[in-house]
Design a protein around this ligand. Structure first.
Ligand SMILES: Nc1nc2c(ncn2[C@@H]2O[C@H](COP(=O)(O)OP(=O)(O)OP(=O)(O)O)[C@@H](O)[C@H]2O)c(=O)[nH]1
Ligand SMILES: [Mg+2]
Length: 235
């Protein structure tokens, strides 16, 4: 297997839909999921590049692994559930600090998932790739079924906080509107847009990383050996 050229990591609280988003994109389906244990990755060939996309566990007990998965990442997808305000707060409180190990040029996408639960549109929550104003990929246009707890402006404000935290100049990084997405892993809404926008954006980061020296990958040998659980996975 060819070594990945770059890495994208999905982070976020348990149950926000990280695994579902990745499976929707890679396998084109919305299967039943079980809460992720440790982490897992897919390899995606994008143009001539191999990009690994890492799915991580949101459960508190796996928190310590997060910064290891982020090491050298070219992009991090910070995921929340639009119907759960706490899940956005958790990104700031628990997950943002894990990205300190990412590449210096790391891109950040903020993703509000499960829009199908709060917005009605064609085919329950809108169709894949549907566009509209506000965020990358747009919002819906019909009456909400559930009151949404997180608005697009909240995600944009969080993105700006990240730039401050990382001491990045707003002029030199992608605009918040380009990097905040509302998705539904269930209907597929904006899922391709999210991943493919990021793939295009990480290619220059990969080239930059190459110019700076050998790629940073997860060095399993430098981490504590995982303890075995009954299911046989990393804990
Ligand atoms: N309605 C709806 N349900 C979703 C969506 N995405 C995920 N779900 C459901 O939400 C639950 C959790 O989804 P997962 O993808 O397992 O969540 P996760 O973020 O990977 O959770 P951890 O692995 O525990 O961190 C599952 O029951 C999914 O079917 C979505 O876009 N819409
Ligand atoms: Mg999962």
């Amino acid at each position: 297997m060819r070594k990945p050229d770059g890495k994208i990591v999905l982070l976020g609280d348990m149950n926000v839909g990280k695994t579902s988003l990745l499976q929707r994109y890679m396998e084109r389906r919305f299967p039943d999921t079980v809460s992720t244990v440790g982490g897992a990755f897919y390899l995606k060939q994008w143009r001539s590049y191999n990009i690994s996309i890492w799915d991580t566990a949101g459960r508190e007990q796996f928190h310590g692994l997060g910064s290891m998965y982020c090491r050298g990442a070219a992009a991090v997808i910070l995921t929340y559930d639009v119907n759960n305000a706490q899940s956005l707060l958790e990104l700031e409180d628990r997950f943002l600090g894990l990205t300190d190990t990412a590449s210096a040029d790391c891109l950040f996408a903020i993703v509000g998932n499960k829009v199908d639960l709060s917005e009605e549109g064609p085919g329950e929550g809108g169709q894949e790739g549907e566009q509209g104003p506000g965020l990358a990929g747009g919002g819906g246009c019909a009456a909400p079924r559930l009151p949404k707890q997180v608005q697009p402006e909240d995600a944009v404000a969080f993105y700006k906080k990240i730039l401050k935290y990382k001491m990045l100049d707003e002029k030199e990084v992608p605009a918040a509107e380009q990097m905040c997405f509302e998705t539904s892993a269930k209907t597929g809404r904006n899922v391709d847009l999210l991943f493919e926008t990021l793939f295009d954006m990480v290619v220059p980061v990969i080239l930059q990383q190459r110019a700076q020296g050998p790629p940073q990958t997860v060095d399993i040998t430098s981490s504590r050996p995982p303890t075995r659980t009954r299911s046989g996975c990393c804990a």
